[in-house]
Design a protein around this ligand. Sequence first.
Ligand code: NAP
Length: 502
Amino acid sequence: MIKAVSPQNADIAIVGAGFGGLGAAIQLDRHGFGDYVVLERSGDIGGTWSANTYPGCQCDVPSNLYSFSFARNPDWTHSYPEQPQILEYLHDCAERFGVMPKVRLNCEMLDAEWVEDERRWRIETSDGDISARVLIAAPGLLSEPRIPDIPGLDSFKGNAFHSARWDHSDDLTGKRVAVMGTGASAIQIVPRIQPQVEQLYVLQRTPPWILAHNDREIGPGLKRLYKRVPAAQRLARESVYWMREGLCAGFVAFPPLLKFTELVAKMHIRRQVKDPELRRRVTPGYAMGCKRILLSDDWYPALQEPNAELVTAGVSEVREHSIVFADGTEREVDTIVFATGFSPTDPPIARRIRRRGRSSLAESWHDSMRAYLGSTVAGFPNLFFLWGPNTNLAHSSVVFMAEAQLSYVIGALESMRREGAAAVDVREDVQDAWNDTVQEKLSRTVWNTGGCASWYIDRNGDNPIMWPGFTFSFRRMTRRFEPAEHIALSPAGRASAVPAGA
Ligand code: NAP
């Protein structure tokens, strides 16, 4: 039940202080919408880069691209940034752009209800209630850890934790450790902890496609150049951007193009894995690109160390001190690390967003998550998502996508200010047409046709996750807010809805 609204109201409430939420705050300030508050459930800003502190955590998109376009960083130490540096970068941006005073840490959004009569969101948080006219939800796509429901897990007497909630108090030195999963997180964790532990079991259900990493240190000369001649770093960013856009065709238009990359990945296995039986077990049986393509130079070597074992029999049970596998074998373990991913197709925030007297967003999304431009949802006025449905990428930086969405959000706010409207709600037919096009394009992509099970596909067999196109097309579509595609609501107390832009 919503309690009395405190005086801490704002015109705009942003949920999440990761890349998306901080980017939103900075852009709002720059466009004269300074009356906002950022609600962050954890004790720090940074989002995924504050939550994921596992050994080896690094972004697999180059640093020059995985950063805000308006805040280049000449101090990256590597071509691919590591987690502590990304977190430091976000702290620096938040300070530099003056966002911190409006961030409320340890403040979790518990419920948000759109009250039509007031033209406002009434928001219940773990730190009091507020009201806001606009709600920008930037909770992150990969923020809800998923731990599989394994029989007996509750009885385990050792330590068990998820990769995104790394337990730094557990010194793994000399321990028997099982890492479940072989996705993007696991392939960074395993090589880092293997030299430290006594025995490592890597529990693989499906092997990933892996390419050589080619991460490089950025030397002092290049850093100096980036500092003195910012245009040089802009050029470096542009080059990476366009190289990456070139990869897009293989994912979305013509998956056989990825066959060549598949050969390169097979050569990587040949070079690094000597035992033919192990080669067979680590070679995927689905089309490259169907799951995220991973980068690593030390994954296969780590698996072949004497203290490491790749276990491919499924887990059937966990006991007090061991894991039992489907082939009847059992391994004693002290710690289990669940590198088992997240639940992006069932975001908890959708259960917390409602319209008074109507269903929650989760109920509206029961069939599948749907939005217009991944940003607005028909029937939920003044709600804007960053990284909502169909905005994730396999080939480029999601920071670019969030910036593109923010153009649309700012456009909506400016349109409301210009027209004297209190709220906008995307037209249902516009949203439906958009989603039909997106889903039709997705049906030809490697994510839908590649023969794998991935977190891109939801329980109904739809793909509400990936953006099936070039990122510059998405930017073009989000560059302008089109009033005619929306219904505008006049301020509370005045006559009803008017077509936006009327
Ligand atoms: P993920 O890619 O979803 O991988 C989860 C792993 O756990 C998969 O190998 C999966 O096997 C396995 N798994 C899940 N449930 C299981 C079960 N019940 N039994 C056995 N195995 C199970 O998760 P993630 O590695 O955390 O990565 C998620 C996403 O985060 C990435 O795709 C990427 O977008 C992002 N990420 C990026 C980076 C980076 O930039 N370097 C690093 C980490 C994460 P199946 O394949 O058989 O399902």
